[in-house]
Design a binder for this molecule. Structure first.
Ligand code: AHR
Length: 657
């Protein structure tokens, strides 16, 4: 596994013969048959799996900086410090689904202070000179005069690094906003609010967003993270998970209907990842639903990905619940089935429909054109099949064009997997979700996994996967094994229509699960080597599979070499991907056979190389330690001779006219 320094020394010596030309015997010969254009590669092939784990939504992609902004966590003041005369109230609430608010009243002495302080998500990240939009719903309480608050950003050492004032003028609830500019950069700051007059006010839904969100939206996404996701050019976007779909119990399952409408009235939900791993316990982890289903559809549209919502099938997490009594009885599933039908109407219905109208009122009168829906996450057993069946019937009857994704359970093989696949065929779902978090050996061995799969429906959705090393690090070697495995996804694009690495995002100070594709703190983010592998596949997915052999056999691991090829008919090029997982440099000879006489191959080949020490990771301090490098090589006629370093992933792009 480890790439030793001697490899690099040896490499220098080996490159000399490469430069002088490698004979056919020395080289590993890859042959691409240009005449045999294979199956289309689906536009959905590579995509995103999103779940609010590792503070991926609240505290991550969702740009809100205030934790527990509506005071409706079970402990009303979690995330807040109060000082002076501050009281939590719920009488006559402004938002019935988020009833708690805070009354700030005169502290009783001019030298004393009343107010609130919010700690953010492991602090608040402020950038020097950046503008932030503070907003609060407020009213005066029993006061004849308007009241005032002072809003401050507090940095390290308790320095005030931003300050503005707001007048709360009305005895009725109103939304007040003010823009603050940060005078310094601080990764772990906080927000402080002082009442500066002698009366009293009530405050509710205290919010702070950077002005510079992705596409400048008010209820927006953190720009750097959203741009990293957009940079993957994903074809599919699965949301909202993951186990979060199911809930630890049914009451805490992800309820999409609670995640739409005005953000102030979206009820807080428990996040199961706050307690799933006692050794990574985060008691302050809740879901605001601020990044809800409307924002999911909107972002999918922004980045050109097909939205793939996954809904509860009426089973609470089967890992955490034993027995039927924890789930919805099969004959009482109507509300859950109706939720699925209503979601399709919310996404696709016109303004005359109940849910389409709500979408229009939220700002998107045009339908989102949703084509896929997943029912259940990692479910298994007869209890799943019994519940999935009524969903399939109802969706087929009302929306025959919507494709349904079923589950093959939490494992890549075994009893449950073997039971579920035939059941999925019987129920005629369109895609089957497979999950595998496995070690490098499994990933290398499984590059041929789909070669023998039935070519008949349903297709495969590799919905969660990642190569796990003992330390569960996002090292280069894990990414290389994923790259090798993915040659098998690409070669079998007629069977595999979607693949999404998981999980996607992780806060460096608040994660529960690793490895993950992107790491971040409150100001910075880093792409892992796995991100780059995903990106190299996605940006070079081509339009059709091309047959490719290695020394006349399938390129599934001989001497540690894995390879696949596609052509891109829109861009007029062949794209060959090779992962060298061995600890030796390899000389390859790539031959393009049967190129038509009318096709003129361009002599300059684009070469993109991802290589590093096996244990190398990208960190927030060294985010580009592992990154692809682009160079070129020369095609001689229809032959490319090239050297691939030990433990490297290479993409060759051969253009033609
Ligand atoms: O990706 C993390 C978790 O792994 C998902 O929530 C679940 O589906 C799987 O077990």
């Amino acid at each position: 596994m480890k790439k030793f320094a001697f490899c690099y020394l040896a490499c220098a010596a080996m490159l000399l013969p490469f430069a002088q030309g490698v004979t056919a015997q020395q080289a590993y010969e890859l042959r691409l048959n240009a005449q045999k254009v294979g199956a289309p590669v689906h536009a959905t092939m590579y995509g995103l799996f999103f779940e609010d784990i590792n503070f991926a939504a609240d505290g991550g992609l969702y740009a809100e900086m205030v934790k527990n902004r509506s005071f409706d966590f079970p402990q009303s003041l979690m995330g807040w410090k109060t000082f002076g005369n501050a009281t939590v109230k719920t009488e006559q609430p402004l938002f019935e689904r988020n009833p708690a608010y805070v009354v700030l009243a005169y502290a009783g002495h001019d030298h004393k202070q009343t107010g609130l302080e919010n700690e953010g998500f492991v602090g608040m990240g402020f950038k020097k000179e950046a503008a932030y939009r503070f907003s609060v719903w407020a009213k005066t309480v029993d006061a004849a005069e308007p009241q005032k608050i002072r809003v401050e950003f507090i940095g390290a050492g308790s320095d005030v690094i931003g300050r503005e004032e707001l007048v709360i003028a009305s005895p009725d609830w109103e939304k007040y906003t003010v823009t603050l500019r940060a005078r310094a950069t601080d990764e772990k700051g906080c927000l402080r609010i002082f009442l500066t007059t002698k009366g009293a006010i009530a405050v509710e839904h205290v919010s702070l967003f950077p002005e510079d969100t992705y596409r400048g939206r008010e209820n927006g996404l953190r720009k750097d993270l959203a741009e990293l996701l957009a940079g993957l050019q994903p074809g599919i976007f699965r949301f909202p998970g993951g186990c979060i779909v199911e809930g630890t119990d049914l009451a805490t399952r992800y309820n999409w209907k609670n995640s739409i409408g005005p953000v102030e009235n979206r009820p807080v939900n428990e996040n199961r990842w706050h307690y799933t791993f006692p050794h990574r316990f985060f008691p302050d982890y809740y879901q605001s639903y601020g990044l809800g289903f409307y924002e999911f559809f909107l972002f999918s549209e922004d980045i050109g990905a097909e939205p793939l919502p996954v809904l509860s099938c009426g089973l609470a997490c089967q890992f955490q619940n034993d027995g039927e009594r924890c789930h919805v009885p099969v004959d009482k599933l109507e509300d859950y089935v109706q939720d699925a039908l209503d979601l399709i109407e919310f996404a696709n219905g016109d303004a005359a429909t109940r849910w389409g109208k709500i979408r229009g009122e939220m700002g998107h009168p045009e339908p989102f054109g949703m084509k896929y829906i997943g029912i259940g996450n990692e479910q298994w057993g007869r209890e799943y099949i019994e519940r999935l069946e009524p969903f399939v019937k109802a969706i087929r009857a009302k929306y025959p064009d919507v494709k349904i994704v079923g589950s093959s359970g939490p494992s890549s093989d075994g009893k449950e997997f073997d039971y579920l696949w035939p059941e999925m065929k019987r129920l005629k779902v369109d895609l089957v979700d497979e999950h595998y978090y496995k070690d490098p050996e499994w990933f290398l061995k499984s590059a041929a996994r789909y070669d023998a799969y039935s070519r008949k429906a349903p297709a495969v959705f590799a919905g969660e996967y990642a190569c796990h090393l003992p330390r569960r690090a996002n090292s280069f070697y894990a990414a290389l094994c994923e790259a090798a495995f993915m040659t098998g996804l690409e070669r079998n694009a007629d069977v595999v229509h979607m693949a999404t690495y998981a999980p996607l995002l992780a806060h460096v100070s608040a994660w529960q699960w690793r490895p993950d594709m992107i790491w971040f703190d409150n100001l910075r983010s880093a792409k892992t080597p796995s991100y780059y592998v995903q990106q190299l596949y996605s940006l070079n997915k081509g339009t059709h599979v091309m047959p490719l052999t290695l020394n006349q056999k399938a390129a599934t691991g001989e001497s540690g070499l894995y390879a696949s090829a596609v052509c891109d008919q829109a861009e007029s090029c062949y794209i060959v991907k090779v992962a060298n997982t061995s600890q030796e440099d390899k000389a390859i000879r790539l031959v393009l056979d049967n190129v038509s006489k009318k096709t003129r191959l361009q002599p300059e080949v684009e070469v993109i190389v991802l290589e590093a020490e096996a244990n190398q990771e990208n960190t927030l301090d060294r985010p580009e330690a592992v990154a692809p490098k682009v160079s070129s090589a020369s095609l001689s006629g229809n032959i490319l001779q090239a050297a691939i370093r030990a433990e490297a992933f290479v993409v060759y792009k051969i253009r033609y006219q």
